[in-house]
Structure formats: structure tokens, C-alpha cells
Design a protein around this ligand. Sequence first.
Ligand code: SAM
Length: 364
Amino acid sequence: MTEGRDSISGILARAAKSPHALSRSELATLLAVDDEARLGELFDAAYALKVKYCGRRVAMRGLVEAGNVCAKDCLYCGIRKSNGKVERYQLDADEIVRLAELDARQGYASLVIQSGEMESEAHTRFIEDVLRRIAPLDLGVTLSLGEQAEDVYRRWKDAGAARYLLRIETSNPELYARLHPAAHSWERRVECLRALRRCGYQVGTGVMCGLPGQTLDDLARDIEFFAEMDVDMIGMGPYIPHPDTPLGADRHGAGDLLLGLKMIAVTRLHLHDVNIAAATALQALAPDGRERGIRAGANVIMPNITDTRYRRRYQLYAGKPCLDENAGLCKGCLERRLASIGETVDYGRRGDSLHFRKRTGVAE
Ligand code: SAM
């Protein structure tokens, strides 16, 4: 056995014993692992923790892409305001309620409503109305609607939302500044995460992995950021270039699937009891990308239940999967895929973050 192998095994053993056990350079060392045998060790250690905290079950949240109208102009995102090629849409309240009912019938028990970013009283009221109408379904509702005033977050919480996902995108403010127009503020995003916490949400954040100019030290720092912010949920995935964006225009080729999987594994090893989603971007890079995400330590999948006629218009990156597959087909396909790795779908349970339940004492 080589010296390197010994030290990787030692780091993994220490990480498995207790959360927050690793230094930044150890996190970066794990992210740099690239030979088959060590990768196997890394993923096995992370998966063992996933099984310890979450069992061999995967929590599901039906994903509704409620609209692609966006006030933001992120340089990497396919639905950025300045992308004139996108046909814009917004589902009406009846359509979102119908999808929430479908989600409940599928037995998923949790729902994610995501859209481009809008800040207006009309939009705030619209979401409040939707939340009140779906409340009788008793779903665990996650919102992913970007930066908002604290008062808006509170109103949506009061109307029935339980969780909020707002990716920091990168914990490095300088890298953030290179990926966004000057008017977008990294500090505001951090302040929004704090506001969400004050409002009582299960708070989720995450990053894109493999961004141009991003280093392994940046990614290790991202994991430390998750720990410092004491978040309950992580949603992250590989950056995938989109041809109609300033960042993706002259960069062809796929995102870095392996790096995305390693980030999941190292995050599980450092944080232990949080919910980690196997993002759709993993599946865009390999048909079995999400199952590999689960084997690397993730415990949540968000199958898209948006009507197929809208899916093409919500393309954040090139190669989005399941553009023509309705929710029923996705469900059967997912069950089979998870069975192939010895996992089952956790039907009928909301799958609240264990970390959140421990820190608040709230029972599921
Ligand atoms: N507007 C909300 C927000 O800002 O949080 C939610 C919608 S936004 C489109 C959802 C996520 O898509 C972003 O947080 C970003 O990480 C991801 N995303 C955008 N463009 C991407 C790309 N080219 N590759 C991978 N992920 C991307």
C-alpha cells in the first residue's frame, strides 16, 4: 500500500467518526483523488454514512419548473434575462396546483417549486395563493425562487412553505463576481440565507462544480461554507456550459461528472446528517448520473413533474434530460434505477432533513 493510500484511508476513517473533522487541505486532498481504487474507497465511505443517517431509501420531491421569467443575468444560465432565444412562460396557479396534486398521487409527499427570479408584490401574492391552495395536500414544500426580502420569505413560510433552496453558487466572492454582472451581490445571497434561517425554514444551499477558474481549494472552502452556515440541505451539481450564454458560448464539451460526484461524497463525509440532492445535472452527463450520486452519498432526487411542453423552455444548460418523459414514466424509470443499486423510493414520507430535526427538535 502506498503512503498516499494510507493517508486517504486515515482521513476517511476520521471523517466517518465525527462531522466537521477535516481541515480545508484534507477536504481538497479528498477532492483530488483520481485513481480507481481510492475513488472506490471515497464513495464507499460516503455511502456508508448516507446509509447510517438515511437508510437505503431515497427521498423524492417532484420538481415544478413554474416559470422561466428571470430578472437576473447570471453569465452561465440559459434562462438569464438577456437570452433573447428563450420563449418565456409562467404557469398559472391552477396548473401548479394540478401538478402538486399529481405529486401527491405519485406518493412523493414533497414538492419543489422553482422558477426564475422575480421580486414584486404581485409575484409574492401569487406564490402565497399557490401555497395556501396546496396546503391541504400536506406536502413538504420547498421553494427555490431566488433572493427576496426577509418579509417575503416570512409570508411564504406563513403560507405553508417549509424549505428553501438558494445556492450560493460559489463561496468565493471574487469568483462569484466573475460569473455575474456587477449588480448581483454575493453578500446579499449570504444575507438571504441568514434571513431564511431566521424565518424558520429548512435551509438549503449549494454550488456549481467545475466552473471556469474554480480551484479544488475553492470547492473545499464551499464545503466549509456549508458547515459554517449550518445548512440543512445541499443541492449542487456540475456546471454545464449553455451555448447561448456569455460563459458557455465558446466552451463546448460536457461538465465534470466525476467532480460533481466527489463533491457529494466529501460533503457527506464532512456534514454527515444533511439532506443532499443528486442534481438533474448529473443525469444530463450520464444516464445513470443520479444513481451514481446516491452511491456517492446523496439521499434526495427531484424528478421533474413539469409538463413536457414547458421543459424545453427551462433549459439552464445544454443536454437537459427527460425532455419528453412525463411524470409517470419518470417514476417507473426511477424505481428501476434505484432498485439496481439496492435502494428504494421512500414513498409517503416528506424526508425532512435529519440535521434540521436535530437542531430544532421537530419530529417528522
Ligand atoms: N432563480 C432561483 C435562484 O437563483 O436560486 C432558482 C432558479 S436557478 C435557474 C437554479 C440553479 O440553476 C442555480 O442556482 C444554478 O446553480 C443552476 N444553474 C444555472 N445555470 C447552470 C449551468 N449552466 N450549469 C449547471 N447549473 C446551472
